[in-house]
Design a protein around this ligand. Structure first.
Ligand code: SF4
Length: 332
C-alpha cells in the first residue's frame, strides 16, 4: 500500500484536531475549513458547518440544471452533501446546508453511489459542497476509481475552502466549479459572516486553476478538465458582480470559464430584506452581461429566460441515497 503523503495525513488530522499532534492539540478539534471552529466532530459535536464527523448525504441523482458542458444530454451525477461551512443568510439550499436533512452513510457506500450514477449514464460525478467531509470523500473517490469509476469528477464549492485542503484532491478532481460570491469583505461579513471570504476564495480558486490550468472538452462538448467560476448575481449588487467578473477576467483570461447566474431566489428567511427579498431584475442582469462583453470576456455562460424559480432547487428527499442504503443494508 502506498504511504500517505504529508498533505493527506494533515487533512485527515485536521478533522480530528490532530494537526501538530499531541494530546493538547487533539483538544483543538476540527480545523478542516477556514472557519477553524474547533468542534469535536469525532466526539459527535456539530461544527459551524452544521454536521458532525459522519458523512451525511441528502440526494444523489441526475441533475440537468448545471452549465451545459456539465449537465450534457444525460445529466450530471449530483451528490448533495449535508451541511455547509459558509452559511449565507440567503441560502438557496437551506434544507440541507444546516445539516438537518440527509442520511448517514459510510465512505464505501458513497463509492457505490458514485458507481451507480455512472451506471445511470451520468456525465460526471458532481460533488456539491463536500469540503467539510474531505477525508471521507477522498477515500470514496479512491475506492470508486479502483472499482471502475471513469467519468470526470466535478468539485462544486462555495470556494470558502483552505487551498491546502484542496491540494489533497490533486489528481482526483477533474473539473472545479467554485462560486466567487464577494470581493467586498464587508458584504461577505454581512451576508455570510465571513469577512475573510474574498482572500480565502481567491487563494482557493488559484489552487484550482493550478491543478486544472486549461479547459478541455470531449467530442460531445462536455468539460473533462478545467475550472468554471460561478457568480450568482444578488439583487442590488451589480457593481460587486462587475468587480468580480473584472478580477476573474484579468487574473485568468481564457484559462477559465465565468458563469454569470441570475437565478437568485428570495427565500423566506430574507423575505423582509430590502434587497435580498426580491429577485434580480432583467435590467440588472443585462447590465452585468453587457459589462462582461465590454471588457472582453469570451468564455462565459449566462442564463436565458425566467430561471429564478424555486423549481430549480431540487427536493432533498434522500433520492439515490436511502434506496441504495436499504439494498446495501448500511447504517443510519
Ligand atoms: S469543517 Fe466544520 S467543524 Fe471543521 S472547521 Fe469547518 S466549520 Fe468547523
Amino acid at each position: 500500500m502506498k504511504p500517505k503523503s504529508e498533505t493527506e495525513t494533515r487533512i485527515e488530522d485536521e478533522t480530528a484536531g490532530k494537526h501538530s499532534a499531541g494530546k493538547h492539540e487533539a483538544a483543538r478539534g476540527c480545523r478542516l475549513c477556514p472557519r477553524a471552529c474547533g468542534a469535536n466532530r469525532r466526539g459527535g459535536a456539530r461544527g459551524r458547518c452544521g454536521v458532525a464527523q459522519e458523512l451525511k448525504v441528502a440526494r444523489a441523482a441526475l441533475h440537468m440544471w448545471e452549465e451545459p458542458c456539465i449537465s450534457g444530454e444525460e445529466g450530471s451525477g449530483a451528490v448533495f452533501f449535508s451541511g455547509c461551512a459558509l452559511g449565507c443568510i440567503y441560502c438557496q439550499n437551506r434544507d440541507i446546508s444546516r445539516g438537518e436533512r440527509g442520511a448517514v452513510i459510510s465512505a464505501e457506500h458513497l463509492a457505490e453511489i458514485f458507481l451507480e450514477l455512472q451506471e445511470q449514464k451520468a456525465n460526471n460525478i458532481n460533488l456539491v459542497t463536500a469540503g467539510h467531509y474531505l477525508p471521507q470523500v477522498k477515500e470514496a473517490l479512491v475506492s470508486a476509481k479502483r472499482q471502475g469509476l471513469r467519468i470526470p469528477i466535478v468539485y462544486n464549492s462555495s470556494a470558502y475552502e483552505k487551498a491546502e485542503a484542496l491540494r489533497a484532491l490533486e489528481g482526483l478532481v477533474d473539473v472545479y466549479l467554485p462560486d466567487f460570491k464577494y470581493l467586498s469583505p464587508e458584504l461577505a461579513g454581512n451576508y455570510s459572516d465571513a469577512p475573510d471570504y474574498p482572500e480565502t476564495a481567491m487563494d482557493a480558486i488559484r489552487e484550482m486553476v493550478r491543478q486544472r490550468p486549461e479547459p478541455v472538452f470531449d467530442a460531445r462538448g462536455n468539460m473533462t478538465s478545467g475550472v468554471i467560476v460561478r457568480h450568482l448575481l444578488l439583487p442590488g449588487h451589480v457593481r460587486e458582480a462587475k468587480r468580480i467578473v473584472k478580477y476573474l477576467h484579468e487574473e485568468y483570461g481564457n484559462r477559465i470559464y465565468i458563469s454569470m447566474m441570475n437565478q437568485y431566489t428570495p427565500m423566506p428567511q430574507v423575505a423582509n430584506d430590502e434587497l435580498l427579498g426580491r429577485r434580480v431584475t432583467k435590467r440588472e442582469y443585462e447590465r452585468l452581461l453587457a459589462y462582461a462583453q465590454e471588457i472582453g470576456v469570451e468564455q462565459g455562460f449566462y442564463q436565458e429566460g425566467e430561471t429564478a424559480r424555486e423549481s430549480f432547487i431540487p427536493e432533498f428527499d434522500g433520492q439515490g441515497v436511502i434506496a441504495k442504503k436499504r439494498r446495501a443494508g448500511g447504517s443510519g
